[in-house]
Design a protein around this ligand. Structure first.
Ligand code: ZN
Length: 503
């Protein structure tokens, strides 16, 4: 029988989950429809709600409940529901108690101010406008790292927040292995590329029709935006969720290239499917959550790239796309679209980068975060270091700050511990996709018929329904039968782009 303390723990966890979801809703509103004048008040509201969540999680009473449950926990199988619940709750409690409440509130205020500073800097196209806000963010990241504690790098505890059990050294060795393969692969492709593979994408595409077409695609892969979700517009696409029955995704629209909206939607719908597939029997607890940011990203990249940029997908979807855009797309074959959406070229913007060069953008950010946090690089010199690394990894230098250091929202709210998840996600996606393919034969043939349920169901059982029970590397090992490494991802990239470009 469950002890009284366990029942009380669940009650506390539900309150904390509600507060976190309230903060998420305030954030969603800020990024989709809030007037700019609301920024300061919203910053305070977010700070208040987060402070409440933090104080509940760190309260002595919560600590006593966990203490009272130690014996119960050790009497149970470690992977069972109750033991996992107590273990994950304890992990949250231990981390949160190390970070003072005032620091949590200060970070929320800094994130709101940082977001506004980033928007202003983008308007002026000048990094200097953003620099003071970024310096504040970096200072707060260092304080959080010190509060959490570390022995080797201040980046370690920040990575661990997003990716429990993963550290800088693990990422460093995985990334070095990838970079050694990707830089020459990108160069070999560049030498063979005619440079106009994606010409068919550069036509006028009506924004409303783009959105309608994108919604048809995300519905086809299984995202429920009628009853259990929504699609909206924002500057930077994102996904958020207030329960498995209310998951919001956003996209943006480029009227001269339908792939911006289309692939943003597939990407975010991948995140959304994960949220909609979380174990609802644990709703409003720490187990009804993703395993990590990297695992989350594996699901978005899976649907965006492994599925959405496959030839099989375009055999299914091109006739549908041509119904929205008969003039623009009616004369093309699935092979034409496949080549166009897989053009490899060194570019400035990470979120628009192809699959081969994308990870080099991520490594650039990861390297810079490590250097700044370890005090080997000043924020004042960050732009120059950014441009230097772009030259080294991608062979191009951004012509202005909008296409360089100001390109995305990330460093406006936090610094350190976010970027590794993007490349870990790709590597995980490849290993998961390979394992799913070994168990579900002819996935490609199914995609051609518009049948995505086998892959969706496999991910639901092996990944989504597991919630936060296992740490990410353990989840991947259980789902795929082996430890995470770069092999499946490199196989996938070499085979796909080797065929496309004859390299
Ligand atoms: Zn994502």
């Amino acid at each position: 029988m469950q002890p009284e303390a366990y029942r009380k723990l669940l009650e506390r966890l539900s309150e904390i989950a509600d507060l976190h979801r309230t903060a998420a809703l305030l954030l969603w509103d800020r990024l989709t429809c809030m007037p700019p004048g609301g920024a300061a008040a919203r910053g305070e509201q977010l700070a208040t709600v987060r402070r409440l969540a933090h104080s509940r999680l760190t309260s002595p009473e919560f600590g006593e409940l966990l203490e009272a449950l130690r014996e119960y926990e050790s009497s149970l199988p470690p992977d069972g529901d109750e033991a996992s619940m107590v273990r994950v709750a304890r992990r949250h409690h231990d981390k949160a108690t190390r970070i003072p409440a005032e620091l949590v509130a200060e970070r929320a205020r800094a994130a709101a101010a940082g977001h506004e500073a980033w928007l202003k800097a983008r308007e002026a196209n000048r990094f200097e406008v953003f620099r003071p806000a970024l310096e504040r963010t970096v200072r707060l990241s260092r304080e959080i790292a010190s509060a959490l504690g570390y022995t080797l790098s201040p980046l370690d505890p920040l990575i661990d927040l997003a990716e429990p059990g993963v550290d800088t050294a693990f990422c460093r060795s995985l990334f070095d292995e990838l970079r050694k393969a990707l830089v020459p692969l990108a160069r070999a492709i560049a030498a063979k590329s005619p440079g106009d593979e994606d010409a068919i994408l550069r036509q006028p595409f009506d924004p409303d029709l783009q959105l309608a077409m994108g919604k048809e695609a995300v519905a086809a892969i299984g995202f429920d935006f009628q009853r259990r979700g929504r699609v909206d517009l924002s500057v930077h696409p994102f996904t958020t969720s207030f329960s498995p029955d209310d998951t919001r995704i956003t996209t943006r629209i480029d009227p001269h290239d339908f792939t911006n909206c289309f692939y943003s939607l597939l990407h975010e719908a991948g995140h959304g499917l994960y949220e909609q597939g979380l174990p609802r029997q644990f709703d409003r607890t720490v187990l009804c959550a993703s395993a990590s940011a990297g695992v989350h990203e594996s699901q978005s990249r899976l649907w965006e790239n492994f599925v959405g940029r496959s030839l099989a997908f375009w055999r299914f979807f091109l006739p549908r796309a041509a119904r929205y855009f008969p003039e623009q797309l009616g004369a093309w074959t699935p092979e034409d679209l496949y080549r166009a959406v897989n053009r490899v070229t060194p570019s400035f913007i990470r979120t628009e980068a192809d699959e081969v060069t994308y990870n080099l953008h991520v490594m650039l950010r990861f390297d810079l975060e490590q250097e700044v946090l370890e005090d080997r690089l000043a924020v004042a010199d960050l732009k120059e270091a950014w441009n230097h690394k772009m030259q080294e990894y991608l062979g191009v230098v951004p012509p202005d700050d909008l296409r360089g250091i100001l390109q995305d929202i990330h460093w406006s709210g936090s610094f350190g511990g976010d970027f590794q998840g993007y490349t870990l996600g790709n590597v995980m996606a490849a290993q998961l996709y390979e394992a799913a393919g070994a168990e579900c034969p002819d996935l490609g043939a199914a995609f051609t018929r518009g049948h995505f349920q086998d892959l969706g169901e496999w991910m639901r059982q092996r990944v989504h329904a597991q919630g936060a029970r296992f740490e990410p590397l353990e989840l991947i090992r259980r789902a795929t039968g082996r430890p995470l490494d770069a092999a499946a991802y490199l196989r996938y990239l070499r085979e796909k782009f080797g065929q496309l470009y004859g390299v």
